[in-house]
Design a protein around this ligand. Structure first.
Ligand SMILES: NC(=O)c1ccc[n+]([C@@H]2O[C@H](COP(=O)([O-])OP(=O)(O)OC[C@H]3O[C@@H](n4cnc5c(N)ncnc54)[C@H](OP(=O)(O)O)[C@@H]3O)[C@@H](O)[C@H]2O)c1
Length: 247
């Protein structure tokens, strides 16, 4: 008996990184998983692995920089499975452009992928969750949602927005829907590699008592907690999963 038997989970940005690790864990716990992202080859590989391991999944290709693609994720999930119980807003785009060089296009793209698509998808899923008696929404923010990081104004702003959004959604979507978030620290994924990998994050390792970079399955474990009754009295919270950096 899995912890997520009979549940349907949409996980955005589950073609790689912590979203993919969460897709594997949720499927192992019995959820039917909707895998999303832009890269079809990787999306298919995630679905195939889940199915090979005895789970159930489908994929929807969507570039959420284009907000009109968000409806597709919801509609295809409903067509295939008829319900949505868990939404993990995880897709994210990094921006390492200093404030004075930031162009409107990049700002809007980062905000669309990291925040606005999460709002739109939650607005589509929430009525279905309420109708079915409840649901869980998990927003992936960042330690960059708790403090500024030099040279990434758009990303930092988007992650601060995810913090406020999580609390606002929790306030308005309860009692049926639990809304919580996770603030990952430095986690070993393609995104981390794109900005220099573990070596570039030595400063975070130094500032944390656990003295290491995290792994995607450590975020997946926190997401599972937030997706089940194990977190039944937790709402509107953003859990830092960051090895204790800057405590
Ligand atoms: N790694 C870290 O240290 C860290 C720390 C704090 C927070 N985070 C956050 O964690 C989340 C997951 O990131 P990750 O580290 O696992 O990185 P990742 O391995 O690069 O995964 C990012 C995911 O987002 C999807 N994505 C990116 N742009 C997209 C777009 N325009 N439309 C649709 N999907 C898009 C990617 O799919 P495709 O490539 O298939 O489009 C991929 O599945 C992000 O929100 C990120 O900001 C990461």
């Amino acid at each position: 008996m899995g912890k997520l038997d009979n549940k349907v989970a949409i996980i955005t940005g589950s073609t790689s990184g912590m979203g993919r690790d969460t897709a594997y864990l949720f499927a192992k716990e019995g959820a039917k998983v909707v895998v999303t992202g832009r890269n079809e080859e990787r999306a298919k590989a995630v679905v195939e692995k889940i199915k090979a391991d005895g789970g159930e999944a489908m994929h929807v290709i969507a570039d959420t920089a284009d907000l009109s693609s968000v409806g597709d994720i919801f509609n295809k999930a409903m067509d295939a499975y008829g319900r949505v119980d868990i939404l993990m807003n995880n897709a994210g785009q990094l921006s390492v452009t200093p404030f004075m060089e930031l162009k409107l296009d990049e700002w809007q793209q980062v905000l669309n992928v990291n925040v606005t698509s999460a709002i739109l998808l939650a607005q589509l899923c929430a009525p279905v969750m309420k109708k079915n008696g409840g649901g869980h929404i998990i927003n992936i923010a960042s330690v960059a949602g708790c403090a500024a990081h030099w040279g990434s104004a758009a990303y930092v702003t988007s992650k601060h927005a995810m913090m406020g959004l999580t609390k606002s959604m929790a306030m308005e979507l309860g009692p049926e829907i639990h809304v919580n978030g996770i603030c990952p620290g430095a986690i070993r994924t393609a995104m981390l590699d794109s900005v220099g990998g573990e070596e570039a994050f030595g400063f975070m390792v130094e500032r944390s008592p656990l003295k290491r970079i995290g792994a995607g399955d450590e975020i997946a474990a926190a997401a599972l907690f937030l997706a089940t009754d194990a977190s039944s009295f937790v709402d509107g919270q953003l859990i830092r999963v960051d090895g204790g950096v800057d405590i």
